[in-house]
Design a protein around this ligand. Structure first.
Ligand SMILES: [Zn+2]
Ligand SMILES: [Zn+2]
Length: 266
């Protein structure tokens, strides 16, 4: 299984997960032409995409979905059941039989097993995903105001975790461009994950054997890649975990491709 983030920020999110027989997207918050270009760069034929998994209905996750689905009519959309009606409305011209609701049980798309878990966000319903190819597991968790022990446990056993590290609290609260209500929304338990929250999660994941973590969905106004990374690295150092010795930590680029992460089935 291979994983690559195609875009990752408060402006647009899209991740591709694929192997030789199955290709799926998680979210489609970039325009169709950009998506096609990025897939082609990875030598992925856009016609080979079987499924689009949606985390939630905010535009940074679905803005490009309608046009992509119109152009590629064999792609099915998978949506967490409580968000189904909202997503059907947002994708109004897409036939509703292409939009498939799922509940908490795992399900297969081609050769990949998909599991989902609800997160804490001010959407109708928002989920994170774990995707398995045999014994290999990757997880993605963004758009959550907090992380609980239950959520962390969903991530254990992953070879790769893509984790939100959205904002620096000081930058957010000192940002003159943001009205107070918006700052409070982002900083709330149903907003986004701060660098500090993410750093504690990263440390816990490393402690539980996760070796590769990608910080994602950074705010372009209230964070920097260096700052996000330094929070997590410092937190891990307190527990004696050293970057590049005990774990690898990347930051997903906002609008360009990340590294390709290879998870090898045993
Ligand atoms: Zn959101
Ligand atoms: Zn988002």
């Amino acid at each position: 299984m291979r994983v690559c983030t195609l875009a990752s920020s408060s402006k647009g999110n899209c991740t591709v997960v694929w192997n030789d027989s199955t290709c799926l997207l998680i979210d489609c918050g970039i325009c169709c032409s950009q998506l096609e270009e990025k897939l082609q760069y990875l030598s992925i034929d856009p016609h080979s995409v079987q499924a689009l998994l949606i985390t939630h209905e905010h535009s940074d996750h679905i803005s490009g979905a309608k046009n992509f689905l119109k152009k590629y009519p064999t792609v099915h959309v998978y949506v967490y059941q409580p968000a189904y009606t909202t997503i059907v409305q947002k994708l109004d011209t897409i036939a509703s039989d292409r939009i498939l609701p799922f509940c908490k049980a795992g399900f297969m798309i081609g050769s990949l097993l998909i599991e989902s878990f609800p997160v804490f966000h001010d959407a109708v319903a928002c989920v994170g995903y774990s995707i398995y190819e045999g014994d290999q597991k990757m997880s993605i968790l963004t758009d959550s105001g907090i992380i609980t022990k239950d959520l962390l446990m969903r991530l254990y056993g992953s070879k790769l975790v893509i984790l939100e590290s959205n904002y620096d609290e000081t930058m957010l609260w000192n940002n003159p461009e943001y009205p107070t209500y918006l700052k409070a929304r982002i900083d709330s338990e149903h907003g986004h994950l701060s660098n500090e929250w993410a750093s504690h999660a990263v440390c816990d994941l490393v402690e539980h054997g996760v070796k590769q973590i990608v910080l994602a969905h950074l705010s372009e106004k209230n964070n920097t890649p260096e700052l996000a990374k330094s929070f997590s690295v410092k937190e891990c150092e307190k527990k004696g975990f050293i970057e590049n010795v005990h774990y690898l930590l990347d930051v997903a680029p906002a609008s360009t491709l990340s590294s390709i992460y290879y998870l090898h089935k045993k």
